[in-house]
Design a protein around this ligand. Structure first.
Ligand code: ADP
Length: 605
């Protein structure tokens, strides 16, 4: 599924890229056209200047010699020869002069012809192929000069085979033409001037035949079809080495042609620049353009690719976010369900706790009642004893009153009053013991509570003949407790100690230690006896309800369990242990109460 998606993505990506690619490639075509036009114009401009230069040079060369035959024709030496053509010295003088003039003018040959076209004297008289004696009457320049026209002619030298331009002028005696003076200029050098450039030079004459060119293979080729008359003229005047010039065509696909007409002499000068010269530059431009397009395309593709990656990453991020949100939602649902369950459980626990508290309360009450039952013997003993004493004091008082011993009777009545007060105190303690006690800790003085418990057990202590060792400070120790609860705990622990001491043989010394100690913000009451101590099992289980090692009638196994619960409800700790020297050692650790604790809600006694 994911791969199909990514394939679709990639297809879209390439389609997106194809359009600009096509556009960029298409933009290369106008670029090519532009470059073509630019480079063609540049080349044409450059060649136009070259053409102008060349034409100026060519025309300058020709014009320099144009008037020379006219001027030289008046020279007396030449006229003298024309008058006496057979005179050897005249011929010699004329030859000498013409040779000198040629050298000075820089022309190729200067020669003098008779009115019949016979060469009488020539500057090249010393050369083996000199012109003297030769007849050039067939040449147009001779015929033109003879008829009084401007005598100009391009042609190949019939003896020298060198291309030249001939200027002729008639020499007249009055109106009669007596001879013709001809100056031939060498045009070969104008060709060699061109040099080796890609552009080619082609000068065509009035027949359209190439007479000067930088390409030897083009020389003397006709650039247009020749008419029969023109062929005849060529055959007659023999300007070229051949009478039938071959045909030459310049294709516009290969050459860029610029031409200039030289109307005076009927020539056309052309510069032919190879089209491939422009093509090369155009190709370079197109290649650079193509490379730029390619770079642009690559850059574009890179951009697109980066954009695609970004989109993919964003999509992945969005997906991950959605997944996370979904997971969070699921988790929230789970947590809500858990929370509801927990609430239910809390409710259940609270309910159970309430039930437990109620059960503990019931248990406590049961424990108290059981303790009352256990203590009933000593209570009846405690109350019977003062009752018996009261009775005997009352009997005695009656006897004493009978004997008028009023003072003694008053003393007895006083004793009776004291004993009733003591009995009231005992009953008050029992009442307090049996009452249900609110579980709020309050400030209680430790020493009076201890005294109360001991006084409750005083008769038993006496009967056991035990030694009581107290290590209690004078200053009142205030603890966080409940008046009744603390008394109940102390009485219970002391009763257990007495029970343990009772188990000792009658002759064995019995000792009970009661001490207190301060531990930072706590007061610890330590009640130790030298009885048999806890058995390992009772040490482990003594705090369990209904655990007892005593005979059924004596113990219910609730005492320490209730004490532990009471002490814990007061924020204290009940700790059971055996003393290293034998006997049990019970430590009751209670929180200290600040002396300024409010007593307003002190429980009623
Ligand atoms: P009861 O006194 O009814 O047996 P308690 O909970 O008060 O119940 O005591 C549990 C048990 O702990 C006793 O049966 C006894 O075995 C043991 N015990 C308590 N105090 C002492 C002590 N001072 N010396 C030895 N054993 C003790």
């Amino acid at each position: 599924m994911a791969s199909l998606k990514s394939r679709i993505h990639r297809y879209r990506y390439w389609r997106f890229l194809l359009l600009p690619a096509l556009f960029m490639l298409l933009s290369l075509w106008p670029l090519q056209r532009l470059a073509e036009r630019y480079y063609t114009n540049e080349l044409l401009e450059q060649n136009r200047q070259t053409l102008d230069l060349y034409v100026a040079n060519l025309l300058g060369t020709l014009r320099r010699y144009e008037v020379l035959p006219n001027i030289l024709g008046d020279l007396p030496v030449l006229r003298a020869l024309l008058d006496h053509p057979q005179d050897a010295s005249a011929v010699n003088q004329a030859n000498q002069l013409l040779a000198q003039l040629r050298e000075r003018s820089g022309s190729d040959v200067i020669y003098l012809m008779s009115a019949e076209g016979q060469t009488l004297a020539a500057s090249n008289w010393e050369h083996p192929d000199h012109f003297i004696g030769r007849n050039f009457s067939f040449r147009p320049y001779f015929q033109q000069a003879m008829t009084g026209q401007r005598a100009q002619f391009f042609g190949l030298g019939t003896t020298s085979s060198k291309r030249g331009y001939y200027f002729g002028a008639a020499i007249r005696d009055a109106e009669r033409v007596i001879g013709v003076l001809v100056v031939k200029i060498d045009l070969d050098h104008t060709e060699t001037l061109w040099g080796h450039t890609p552009e080619q030079l082609a000068v065509t004459d009035s027949f359209g035949v190439v007479i000067l060119t930088s390409r030897p293979d083009w020389r003397f080729s006709a650039t247009r079809p020749l008419s029969e008359t023109e062929y005849e003229q060529i055959r007659l005047h023999r300007p070229y080495p051949t009478t039938e010039p071959s045909q030459l065509t310049w294709s516009s696909d290969t050459w860029l042609i610029q031409s200039r007409e030289l109307n005076q002499i009927g020539w056309t000068v052309r510069i032919l620049a190879p089209v491939r010269q422009v093509e090369r530059s155009v190709h370079t431009v197109v290649a650079v353009g193509g490379a730029t397009v390619l770079v642009l395309l690559l850059w574009l593709s890179l951009l697109l690719q980066r954009r695609r990656h970004l989109m993919e990453r964003l999509a992945l991020d969005a997906q991950a976010r959605r997944d996370l949100e979904l997971r969070v939602q699921e988790r929230t649902c789970d947590l809500e369900a858990l929370n509801t369950r927990l609430k239910e459980e809390v409710l259940e626990r609270e309910h159970a706790q309430q039930e437990l508290v109620q059960a503990q309360d019931e248990l406590l009450q049961a424990g108290k009642l059981s303790a009352l039952g256990t203590m009933s013997a000593s209570i009846s003993h405690e109350l019977n004893q003062p009752l018996a004493a009261i009775r005997s004091y009352a009997d005695n008082a009656r006897v004493l009153l009978d004997h008028q011993r009023v003072e003694d009777a008053r003393t007895n009545l006083g004793s009776i009053s004291e004993l009733t007060a003591r009995m009231a105190s005992i009953i008050a303690h029992l009442k307090a013991f049996a009452r249900r006690d609110p579980h709020i800790p309050e400030r209680v003085a430790l020493q009076p509570a201890l005294e109360d418990s001991l006084s409750l057990l005083a008769a038993r202590c006496q009967s056991l003949n035990l030694e009581l060792i107290r290590e209690i400070p004078e200053v009142t120790l205030w603890v966080q407790a409940g008046e009744t609860r603390l008394r109940q705990v102390l009485t219970n622990v002391l009763t257990n100690a007495l029970d343990a001491l009772e188990e000792l043989p009658a002759s064995a010394p019995r000792t009970l230690w009661i001490s207190t100690e301060r531990q930072r913000n706590r007061v610890v009451v330590c009640i130790r006896d030298n009885g048999p101590g806890f058995t390992p099992q009772s040490l482990q289980r003594a705090l369990e309800p209904f655990f007892t090692t005593k005979a059924h009638a004596e113990g219910l196994g609730l005492g320490l369990a209730i004490c532990d619960s009471l002490i814990r409800s007061l924020g204290g700790i009940l700790h059971l242990a055996n003393h290293p020297e034998g006997g049990a050692c019970i430590r009751i650790s209670l929180r200290c109460a600040a002396p300024d604790t409010d007593f307003s809600d002190k429980e009623p006694s």
